[in-house]
Design a protein around this ligand. Structure first.
Ligand SMILES: CNc1nc2c(CC[C@H]3O[C@@H](OC)[C@H](O)[C@@H]3OC)c3nc(N)[nH]c(=O)c3cc2[nH]1
Length: 374
């Protein structure tokens, strides 16, 4: 497989580990740090591809497990892969399903060969080997594929973490060897539970195999924030400096700022879209719970400093009215705003790193907030 890294380091903060880079894929080059909206089932919920481009989304996520179960990767292949199927012509990253299979608990049986599980939809017996997970993602046409891993739950004892991390490394090698020569990128996933030494060992094993980028998995799985930060601080800069670093499933706006501070390049999280549908909106001053009665006659936009379509055209009173009536437009307008907030936050961090003023940016980011996000 290609040994030249598709990631280029463009700049680093002189005061911390924050870095600015770009990642070249078959469907274009991504400026990092970057937030990736989650589109598990081949759609970022309530958003059209045009909405996504307007809010600045560079790359979106899909999920192998879910798409493999329904509608199936062969159908999607026939429709031009995920790009053709969902009318998205920019990069797509697909997660391998390691997390979903781990979430199935007793519904999944993990062996050396792979993961046997029952469909959460109709109970059908299914199986995903590391090779199969790669072939499904090749059929989906993902620009960035993820190795099939076993995500370690929190808490997990050291012996359990050792076993799962070793299996993940053996599966990673099989994934790398199963790849066809399509130019699609493959990232390895670092496990190791909450044991920094196991994580550093896992990094060495994955770097030995050689991947196009490296993800920190097994975090944001219910551990205390301080523990996630401890793992980040102990491992992020043990990842190869000339490869992209992806922190899976993270996080709140604060998590993104702290992740960039620790040298992470890529993030994904369902929070902006899921919270949008629950009426929890992110603003530069902190969160707005739109159903609160205090917004009933509030003529102001969600965020006076925001330039998104929602903030340019609608009042808090109207957004509250839509949400209270469970109007479909509520989910669309709220999702546009929250994803615009996340993508704009990332663009501001890219600029701050470029101008070597990231710590100032980080201080100002916290000063502005009237209350921390959940
Ligand atoms: C939320 N916290 C979190 N997410 C995580 C995900 C993505 C979830 C996947 O599931 C859906 O989001 C819930 C999305 O589909 C996402 O991939 C696109 C992980 N994926 C893998 N393969 N391995 C991990 O160790 C892992 C850890 C996570 N921690």
């Amino acid at each position: 497989m290609s040994t030249v890294s598709p990631f280029t380091l463009l700049g680093r903060s002189s005061e911390c580990k924050a870095r600015r880079g770009q990642l070249t894929t078959l469907h274009g080059t991504i400026q990092t740090p970057v937030f990736m909206p989650v589109g598990t089932l081949g759609t970022v919920k309530a958003m059209t591809p045009e909405n996504l481009k307007e809010i600045g989304a560079q790359i979106i996520l899909g999920n192998t497990y879910h798409l493999y179960i329904r509608p199936g990767h062969e159908l999607i292949r026939r429709f031009g892969g995920l790009h053709g199927f969902m009318h998205w012509d920019r990069p797509i990253l697909t997660d391998s399903g390691g997390f979903q299979i781990f979430s199935l608990k007793e519904l999944a049986k993990i062996t050396e060969d792979g993961a046997a599980f029952r469909s959460h939809i109709d109970g059908a017996k299914l199986f995903l080997s590391p090779e199969g997970a790669v072939h499904v993602q090749e059929a989906l046409g993902a620009d960035i594929m993820m190795a099939l891993d076993t995500c370690i739950p929190y808490p997990a004892d050291r012996d359990q973490a050792i076993k799962a991390t070793a299996l993940t490394a053996r599966w990673a090698k099989r994934c790398r060897e199963a790849q066809s020569d399509t130019g699609q990128l493959l990232f390895g996933i670092v496990q190791g539970g909450m044991y920094a030494d196991l994580r550093r060992e896992a990094i060495e094993q994955l770097v030995e195999i050689g991947f196009d980028g490296y993800a920190l998995g097994g975090l944001s799985v219910g551990e205390p924030k301080a523990l996630m930060e401890e793992m980040l601080d102990a491992t992020a800069d043990h990842l190869p400096v000339d490869h992209a670093r992806y922190l899976m499933g993270v996080g709140t706006p604060e998590d993104l700022v702290e992740g960039v501070y620790h040298g992470i390049d890529m993030f994904d999280c369902v929070m902006p879209t899921r919270n949008a549908r629950n009426g929890m909106l992110f603003t530069s001053q902190g969160r707005v719970v739109i159903k609160n009665a205090c917004f009933q006659q509030d003529p102001r936009p969600l965020d006076e400093t925001c330039g998104c379509y929602t903030c340019r055209h609608y009042s808090r009173a109207y957004l509250r009215h839509l949400f209270q009536n469970r109007e479909i437009l509520a989910y669309q307008l709220n999702s546009i705003h929250n994803l615009h907030y996340y993508c704009t936050l990332m663009a501001a961090m890219r600029e701050a790193i470029q101008e070597d003023r990231f710590l100032d940016f980080r201080r100002h980011f916290y000063q502005q907030r009237t209350e921390p996000f959940a």
